[in-house]
Design a binder for this molecule. Structure first.
Ligand SMILES: *[C@@H]1O[C@H](CO)[C@@H](O)[C@H](O)[C@H]1NC(C)=O
Ligand SMILES: *[C@@H]1O[C@H](CO)[C@@H](O)[C@H](O)[C@H]1NC(C)=O
Ligand SMILES: *[C@@H]1O[C@H](CO)[C@@H](O)[C@H](O)[C@H]1NC(C)=O
Ligand SMILES: *[C@@H]1O[C@H](CO)[C@@H](O)[C@H](O)[C@H]1NC(C)=O
Length: 394
């Protein structure tokens, strides 16, 4: 056989880059039999492509080309023999068949180091047909629905340029991840879709979320037990329930939450803005070193809200107190409009009053029928600096 320069090119490139940028071999799901016909379940083809990319010495790239690929629940498991890129150029479509709804995940990545998920494609969750199962108040057959993408024990990784539409439950769920960056992601679900958190983080550290748009029916970002060093920058939230730390303290042996920064972000028409919520009664833990900085809000219902009596549905015990200590929390340069009179509500626990709460340059206007914008503080030790609207809390 004649060997031309072009035959040798891939080899030359891989030799040239071998020690610094290994040339990733591409594993196209279509070569494994995946069919973009919106009918065939493609899990087997996807798993075979994943296994080959993951097993390849030096790493590999799974490619999902243009087209819409039906996919049942699927788990991509490591550890792998090198970095793996999961490139979604087309769309992945979840089942809209109710008999296939009930799993705790749709697409899961687990035990992987150096994973990249990108490609500009779409995750179509088809939540519309499923959301009523989320509502236990009206549906006795309510069941937990799957998150769109779960990342469990994923480290040194990034997710970018992906769009998640109408998830059945949380869009992106991170558990036990470390050093994982999310950027240029778009998350879209209706304002009234239940439990469709944008990004839900638990037990994870060094997570950065940047330049991302989240419009959904529940929290845009929720940060739970055991999360450390989480930064949210340049995120637009709305509609949705805002940026939330918690709820904390519901189960026993919860871990502390510390080192949270939410900055340079906007909230439009959300139910809450910047919120820390803990159950009462609750187990003991600590939420500390939290900074909310440079936040613009438009028509947000509870702009600044620490709620240590979190109880979304009865029965609620108004006498019970939370044991989650909230300490060293700064709200700085928070400005815009509130859609309720109480733009600042800091309601802490009688057992463990909040300590070191700082309000710096707050300017939140209210122009509704309830009267002047106001603040309310309970069991708080803290200070305010610079102009304050509303004033009078600390
Ligand atoms: C994530 O972003 C941080 C800050 O920009 C950077 O230091 C870190 O290397 C990034 N991690 C990955 C896995 O890209
Ligand atoms: C704030 O976020 C926007 C994107 O939402 C970005 O364009 C801008 O550069 C960010 N500014 C700073 C100071 O980080
Ligand atoms: C959580 O915070 C409490 C109070 O500061 C501290 O005593 C405890 O050691 C912390 N737990 C962990 C696992 O760091
Ligand atoms: C308070 O938290 C900030 C981060 O938001 C941190 O830099 C600072 O050291 C903390 N202060 C104390 C006294 O722990």
């Amino acid at each position: 056989m004649m060997l031309s320069f072009f035959h040798l090119l891939p080899l030359l490139l891989s030799l040239a880059g071998a020690h610094r940028h290994p040339f990733p071999a591409t594993f196209n799901v279509v070569s494994y039999g995946a069919l973009p016909n919106r009918i065939t379940d493609n899990t087997k083809a996807f798993i075979r492509a994943w296994n080959d990319a993951c097993d390849r010495e030096g790493g590999g790239r799974v490619l999902i080309p243009r087209g819409t690929f039906m996919l049942d629940s699927v788990m991509f498991v490591g550890p792998c023999n090198g970095p793996v890129e999961f490139v979604i150029r087309g769309s992945l479509e979840a089942s809209s068949d109710p008999s296939r709804f009930f799993s705790d995940h749709w697409i899961t990545f687990k035990y992987i180091d150096q994973l990249t998920v990108e490609g500009g494609g779409y995750l179509l969750g088809h939540g519309g047909a499923a959301w009523h199962y989320n509502d236990c108040a009206t549906n006795p057959r309510c069941r937990p629905l799957p998150a769109t993408m779960r990342f469990d024990f994923v480290t040194n990784s990034k997710i970018s340029h992906i769009q998640s539409i109408n998830s059945k439950n949380t869009h992106f769920n991170l558990f036990a991840c470390e050093n994982l960056n999310i950027s240029n992601v778009r998350i879209i679900a209706p304002a009234d879709s239940p439990n469709t958190d944008g990004i839900h983080i638990g037990g994870s550290s060094r997570i950065n979320i940047q330049d991302t748009i989240i419009s959904t029916g529940d929290d845009c970002v929720s940060i739970l037990s055991g999360s450390r060093d989480i930064t949210v920058t340049g995120v637009h939230c709305g509609p949705g329930h805002g940026f939330s730390i918690g709820s904390l303290g519901r189960s026993n042996n919860e871990e502390n939450v510390t080192g949270i920064v939410i900055q340079n972000s906007t909230l439009f028409g959300t139910q809450n803005g910047l919120r820390i919520k803990t159950w009462a009664p609750s187990s003991a833990s600590l939420a500390s070193d939290i900074l909310f900085d440079d936040i613009v809000m438009l028509d947000v219902n509870n702009p600044i809200f620490i709620d240590q009596q979190y109880c979304p549905r009865p029965p609620c015990n108004g006498q019970a107190q939370s044991n989650v200590q909230i300490r060293n929390v700064t709200f700085r340069k928070v400005r815009g409009t509130s859609s309720s009179k109480f733009a600042v509500k800091i309601q802490c626990s009688k057992h463990v009053p909040c300590k070191g709460i700082n309000l710096v340059n707050i300017n939140l206007a209210y122009r509704g029928r309830e009267g002047q914008v106001a603040s309310s503080c309970l069991n708080v030790e803290g200070k305010s600096y610079g102009p304050q609207l509303p004033s009078g809390c600390l």
